[in-house]
Design a protein around this ligand. Structure first.
Ligand SMILES: *[C@@H]1O[C@H](CO)[C@@H](O)[C@H](O)[C@H]1NC(C)=O
Ligand SMILES: *[C@@H]1O[C@H](CO)[C@@H](O)[C@H](O)[C@H]1NC(C)=O
Ligand SMILES: *[C@@H]1O[C@H](CO)[C@@H](O)[C@H](O)[C@H]1NC(C)=O
Ligand SMILES: *[C@@H]1O[C@H](CO)[C@@H](O)[C@H](O)[C@H]1NC(C)=O
Length: 473
């Protein structure tokens, strides 16, 4: 399809802190393997030596006191992280490693922060799930108990094997946390390592760092103690760029057991009978971990960790499930569009010189309404030639989008809404005043160019609760 012009309006909000000064926090020289080996040996010796490390084949961590997490996607402010997912919880992690790779098991229990009562009024049931991962060519992730999903009616039902992109993210997460396994991997793969320096932007300290090019993880070393002090992973966020200091999860390990005695089936997958229509997968080669630029790790991370990942578009619903309605029957130029359920709805207006569309969702299996889904697809729309129509103060935020430099932007502010009309239709987008939803919360009204007294109007807004018909005059 070719659109003469496409105007895109977004409502809602997304936020984050520290879009980093690109590149200044990371310098990796190639380094020669001798220097790398030396540097690693110093750290391994500070840890107790290579042989001590080799004698370890499993470890468990328990975090009973603190487990909490934040979300980028639901923040109120555009430029800070201010929204919690888990305000309290606990987490156990277990790892087992051998020449055949890494197996892990993670159990997590937490209560959603009060904010989420818009979707789960009693915040019940609390979240509790357990999954196992295995890396390598035969890798998988399988949810044996429960799932981390805000939208499914019963999150205590495990979905079994996960889709390839979630599996990839969770295995990468296991690599990052399986610290003793990771040291062995570094020691056994000197040719994959690069030596350099990295900055801890919060503490402002510079560290010697070893970067593993295949695992895409770095070990940052404390120069006083020579002990590894930070295990860093990298995500190139479509909205915020390369983030390194994102305090999205925070837990304190109360106890760790080296070489615990675990039952031989401890890391086995126990998938329920597959029901693909409910997102339960049988293990197939297509559910092996995989990466895809459509669903980069940052996105899976962000959506999964806040309970909002429902799998890639096409697994449960596809373009055949896109529906349109005409809210003003006599005016086919004004349409609503949604995927399967009218939970997340975009307003589409055909106007003489193009199309107006509200919000920029990313394609997911579940068209639920999330702040980030309102904006996550902005880069795709811009690539299709769209002009962004946004509140004026949000301009700096949209200029951060790393993959969409210099987007065409039209701004508006109070008391001057964005307005467009032709001989048939009119459309206005208003910026909300300070409100509980999001700093850049907007609402749009569309109607015919010359509405009669009793003609309908179409109103498009985000996450507004109607407190009862009596309240609407
Ligand atoms: C998708 O969302 C609908 C409506 O909120 C919900 O009923 C359904 O269970 C969700 N499906 C998945 C797989 O999350
Ligand atoms: C290195 O470790 C020492 C001792 O634990 C600590 O005092 C210091 O702050 C650490 N340095 C950095 C840069 O983290
Ligand atoms: C999955 O296996 C089938 C045959 O068993 C093969 O044709 C297909 O290419 C494989 N797909 C992937 C993604 O490996
Ligand atoms: C969408 O999914 C349905 C059911 O699985 C299938 O029949 C249809 O061909 C798919 N449509 C597209 C465009 O892939």
């Amino acid at each position: 399809m070719h659109f003469p012009s496409l105007l895109l309006l977004t409502a809602g909000c997304i936020a984050y802190a520290h879009p980093t000064e690109h590149h200044h926090d990371r310098e990796h020289d190639q380094g020669n393997s001798e220097a790398i080996q030396q540097r690693l040996d110093i750290s391994l010796n500070a840890m107790g030596g290579r042989n001590a490390l080799k004698s370890i084949d499993s470890v468990t961590y328990t975090a009973n006191t603190i487990y909490r997490s934040n979300t980028l996607g639901q923040s109120y402010n555009l430029f800070t992280t201010d929204q919690s997912v888990a305000s309290g919880g606990s987490q156990n992690m277990a790892f087992s490693f051998s020449a055949n790779g890494l197996k892990s098991c993670l159990d997590r229990a937490y209560k959603y922060d009060y904010y989420w009562s818009w979707g789960r009024p009693q915040l019940e049931p609390s979240m509790g799930f357990s999954f196992v991962t295995q890396d390598g060519a035969e890798g998988f992730t399988c949810f044996n108990q429960g799932q981390n999903s805000f939208f499914v009616p019963d999150p205590t039902i495990p979905p079994g094997y996960s889709d390839p992109f979630l599996s990839d993210y969770l295995i990468h997460h296991a690599h990052q946390f399986a610290f003793l396994w990771l040291l062995n991997e570094f020691a056994n793969n000197i040719d994959k390592l690069r030596l350099g320096y990295e900055t801890d932007l919060v503490a402002g300290s510079r560290h010697v760092a070893l970067f593993h090019s295949e695992l895409e993880l770095s070990i940052l070393i404390n120069s006083t103690t020579n002990l590894p002090s930070i295990i860093r992973s990298y995500e190139n966020h479509a909205v915020f760029g390369r983030l390194t200091e994102a305090a999205l999860e925070d837990s304190i390990i109360d106890s760790a057991i080296i070489n615990p005695s675990l039952h031989s089936d401890f890391f086995d997958p126990h998938p329920p009978l597959p029901k693909p229509e409910q997102g339960q997968f049988q293990l197939q080669n297509t559910s092996r971990p995989a990466r895809n630029s459509e669903y980069p790790r940052f996105e899976v991370h962000e959506f999964f960790e806040s309970g909002l990942w429902a799998g890639p578009f096409g697994d449960i619903v596809n373009v055949s499930d896109v529906q349109t309605t005409f809210p003003i029957p006599c005016c086919p130029q004004i349409q609503t569009i949604f995927v399967e359920y009218p939970v997340y709805v975009q307003l589409l207006i055909e106007i003489e010189d193009g199309l107006l569309i509200t919000d920029a969702p990313r394609p997911y299996s579940n068209g639920s309404h999330e702040h980030e889904r309102e904006k996550g697809g902005v880069a795709d729309y811009i690539a299709a030639g769209a002009t962004l129509v946004i509140p004026d103060f949000a301009k700096a935020f949209y200029n951060l989008f790393p993959n969409s430099p210099d987007p065409k932007i039209i701004t508006y502010s109070n008391p001057h809404p964005f307005h467009k009309d032709d001989e048939v239709v009119q459309f206005t987008s208003h910026l909300g005043v300070e409100n509980p939803q999001a700093k850049d919360w907007t609402f749009a009204i569309a109607g015919t160019a010359q509405p009669s007294r009793d003609q309908d109007l179409a109103l498009d807004n985000a996450d507004v609760i109607n407190p009862g018909t009596d309240a609407v005059q």
